[in-house]
Write a protein that binds this ligand. Sequence first.
Ligand code: NOJ
Length: 575
Amino acid sequence: MKKAFVYTYYFLLTFFLFSATATAQTYSTPSSELVKVEDLWYKNIVIYNLDLDAFKDSDGDGIGDFQGLIQKLDYLEFLGVDAIWLAPFQPSPMEDNGYDITDYYGVNNRFGTGGDFAEFVYQAKKRGMRIITDLVINHTSIEHPWFQKAREDKNSKYRDWYIWSEERPDEWNEGMVFPGVQEETWTFDEKAGEYYYHRFYKFQPGLNMHNPEVQNEIRKIIGYWLTLGIDGFRLDAVPFIIEDPFSDNDDPDYNFDFITDIRSFVQWRRGDAIILGEANVLPEETKEYFGDKGSGMHMMFNFFANQHLFYALAAASPGPLKESLESTRDIPPVAQWAHFLRNHDELDLGRLTDEKRQEIYAAFGPEENMQLYDRGIRRRLAPMLNNRKQLEMANSLIFSLPGTPVIRYGDEIGMGDDLSLEERNAVRTPMQWSDDKNAGFSTADSTFRPVIDEGPYSYHKVNVQEQRQDQNSLLNWTARLIRMRKDCPEIGLGDWKILETGSPQVLAIRYFLQDKSVLVIHNFSEKPQQIQLTEGDAGKTLLSLQEQKTSKAGKQGSHQLKLEGYGYRWYRVKN
Ligand code: NOJ
C-alpha cells in the first residue's frame, strides 16, 4: 500500500515536472526547433516607411494625415508593399519629426483622430498589410506632462522617471548623437534646479529605465498599441535605452535583459507581433541584441552592411559589402536583418574609417551642405547616385540581400532632396503624386514643408502619375522588382553563399531553400564585366527571372555571363 503510494507519488511528480518543462518549452520564445521559419511573416516581406505629414493631405491644411494615407493604400498595394512602417504619430511638438512625444496613448491631431487611426488600421488589414510603428521610449518630449511634473516638484513620483544630477557631470558635453547641432548631454533645468540627461536634443529628456514604474508604463504603451492592431514596433534608439547613463560614455554598461523582457511581453500579448530594432552596432555586438535562439529582437536594421554597401558603390567593388554580410551572417534562425538603402535620417557612415567616409563623400556628397553630424550624408538616393542604371542596380541589390528589404517613401519614383531645409528634413519633403498644385500632395496654399518644385527632381518631372503611365519608369520597374522578389522566398528565408565570379566588380549570391534555389548577380562597375560561374556553384541551368533567357553550363562545366555596366541578373537555378 505504502509502496503503491510512493510509486504514485513519483509518477505524479515526474508527470508534473515533465509537463512543466514541456509547458515552459511550448511557451518559450520561438526557436527554430519549435517554429518553421516559413511561418515567420517578417522574414519575407517588403516594408515601406513613411512620414504621415509628408505623404498625403486629405483636408487641405497642408499636412499629410491618416485619411490621406487611406486614400493611397491602393497605390501601396499596387506597388506590392506588405508592411507599412509609420513614423511616430502621437501628440508631439514635432521638433524632431515626432520623435518627441507628449502623449503615448494619443494621435496627433494634425494627422487626424483616434477614429481616423482605427479606419487606417482597418483599411490596411483589409488589404492584408501589416503595420509597424515607431516605439520611442528612450525619451519623451520636454513638454510631456511627466517631465513637467518631474521638473516642478522634487517629491513628485515623476521626478525619478527621468535622470538627474545635482552637479554637472564631467561628461556633460560628451556622447551627443547630433554633434554640431546639439551641445551637451546634460542640461541644467532652471525649474528643477538640477541637470537632466538626454542623449538626443535637449528637448528630449531621457527616461529612467531603471525605474520599475517606467518599465510598467512602457509595457502598457506596447499593450495599448497591440490591442489597437499594430503588428510590430520599430524600437527607436535601442543602445541608448539599455545603456547605463552613469557609466562611461564611450564604453557604456548595457542592460540586455530589458530587451528580453520587452520581447517576452510583446510575445505574450500577441504571438506574432515583432520588434524591429534601431541599433547601429558592430557585428560582434549584435548577438546580445538578437538574444539566444531569438529571445531578443526579431529584426534589426543592418546598419553595418548599409555603410559598407555605400562604400562598395563608391569603390565600384562589392568586396566591403561581402565582408560585412559575412560578419553579420551568424544570427538566430528566427531573427532577421532588415536591409535598406536610405531612411529618414542621414546616411550614417560613422562605422567606417575617415578615409572610407571621405571616399563616399567624394562620390555621393561632396559639398559640405550635403554632409551632417560629421558622419553622414543628408541626401536622397536618386540625386546621390544620379544615374538610373546604378539606381536600379542598388535597388535590385537591396531586394536581394539576405534579409527583409525596407524602402523609404518616394524612393520608388526617385525623389530628390531639398538641401535648403535643416538637417535631416532635406529628405522629408512631401510625396510627389502628380504635376498638379503642390505635387498633388495638398490643395492648401502652403504646405508644412515645401514641395520640390525646381530642378531635375521637381514634381513636374518626378511624380507618381506620370510614372504609372510609363512602363519603363522607375516606379513600374520597382513594382516589377518587388514582384520578382516575392517570387523568391529563398532570399528572405533560405541559406546563402557568396560565389566566386572571377570579377572583383561582381557580387553573386546563391540562395537555397529546401529544393529551391535562386542566384542574384550585381555588377558594381559602370563597365561591362565578363564573369564565370562553375556548375558546382551555380548549377546546370539558370532560368532568368527578368527575361526569356536561359543559361546552360557549358562543356567545361561553367556559365560564362556578360553583364552590362551596373547590370544585375536574377536566376532560378535548375539542376
Ligand atoms: C532615431 C530616429 O531615427 C531619429 O530620427 C530620431 O531623431 C532619434 N532616434 C531620436 O528619437
